[in-house]
Design a protein around this ligand. Structure first.
Ligand code: SF4
Ligand code: SF4
Ligand code: FES
Length: 283
């Protein structure tokens, strides 16, 4: 069992664990964008780079296996400057911020004090991509996409469908939906995995936005753990409640030991308006 030091703390890691695994296990935070629990590691965003004693370059914590005797510094000057650089680069194609951070990515911008360049002073336009126009459940606003590819891997590896991909190259790279942008023909099951993993909200649920204010969605009055009523699997779901109405349904953390391991099907995730139906007996 390899032992290592992370930020001065002595840790034991299991064989095959990465620096990120060991740090997370000890409650040491390393920022991540392309990494997501259980998804294949691609190491493309470079925000998780850390200093490792004896190594001439920073190493990606998400993709570097622990070795016995490693000495890691997660907040070295070089690592922090690299994170700011990565975030600055990503904001070159990202819309202007609008007050309180709305998502995982914007929280990092605040944490690392990175302010996007004014939109009118940028060389490149906002990113675009397939939008799923008219879709009643899931749509895309690819101006906030940072090309982390979590959605592509979640669709391919968790749902095993492969509806999404990265199309084009260089500055034109964007997330595309197969079958010329038609999710139905591309085999989409509307499972919502892509919504769940997206760190910026570029892929989002339509219904809550049609019915509730953004602030309500971000801060539900209650989140109630329940069991999906549709079939016999017993998937656990979290009901986000406001004004005694279900605003949206999410699944428990993927790393929790639940029957559905963080996933739901289309019914569990999107079939939640029946409790409020006018024909429902309430007394
Ligand atoms: S809803 Fe599910 S199947 Fe459809 S694109 Fe997203 S992850 Fe893939
Ligand atoms: S849509 Fe979201 S999950 Fe997919 S690549 Fe863009 S930012 Fe990442
Ligand atoms: S989180 Fe490690 S490279 Fe993206």
């Amino acid at each position: 069992m390899p032992s290592l030091k992370v930020d001065g703390r002595s840790l034991s890691a299991s064989e095959g664990q990465t620096i990120l695994d060991a740090a997370r296990g000890a409650g040491i935070e390393i920022p991540t964008l392309c990494w997501y629990p259980t998804l294949p590691i691609v190491g493309n965003c470079r925000i998780c780079l850390v200093s490792v004693e004896g190594q001439p370059k920073l190493l990606p914590a998400c993709a570097t296996k622990v070795a016995d005797g490693m000495v890691v510094t997660t907040q070295s000057h070089a690592a922090v400057e690299n994170r700011k650089g990565v975030l600055r680069l990503l904001t070159e194609r990202y819309p202007a911020l609008n007050g309180t951070p709305r998502n995982e990515f914007e929280r990092y911008l605040v944490q690392y004090d990175v302010v996007p360049t004014a939109v009118e002073n940028r060389d490149l336009p906002l990113r675009s991509g397939d939008e799923r126009p008219g879709d009643p459940m899931i749509r895309h606003d690819m101006s906030t996409c940072i090309l982390c590819t979590r959605c592509v891997r979640a669709c391919e590896d968790i749902q095993v469908v492969g509806v999404l991909d990265v199309g084009y190259r260089g500055e034109h790279a964007e997330i595309i939906v197969g079958a010329d942008g038609d999710p139905d023909k591309a085999g989409c099951t509307w499972c919502g995995e892509c919504v769940r993993v997206c760190p910026t909200g570029a892929i989002f649920e339509v219904m809550p936005r049609q019915r509730f204010a953004p602030e309500q969605i971000r801060h539900p009055e209650r989140v109630v753990r329940s069991v999906c009523p549709y079939c016999g699997v017993g998937c656990q779901v979290d009901l986000h409640v406001a004004d005694n109405k279900v605003m949206r349904v999410t699944s428990p953390d993927i790393e929790l030991n639940t029957p559905n391991q963080g996933s739901t099907c289309v019914k569990g995730r999107f079939g939640y308006d029946f409790p409020q139906h006018r024909d429902r007996l309430t007394r």
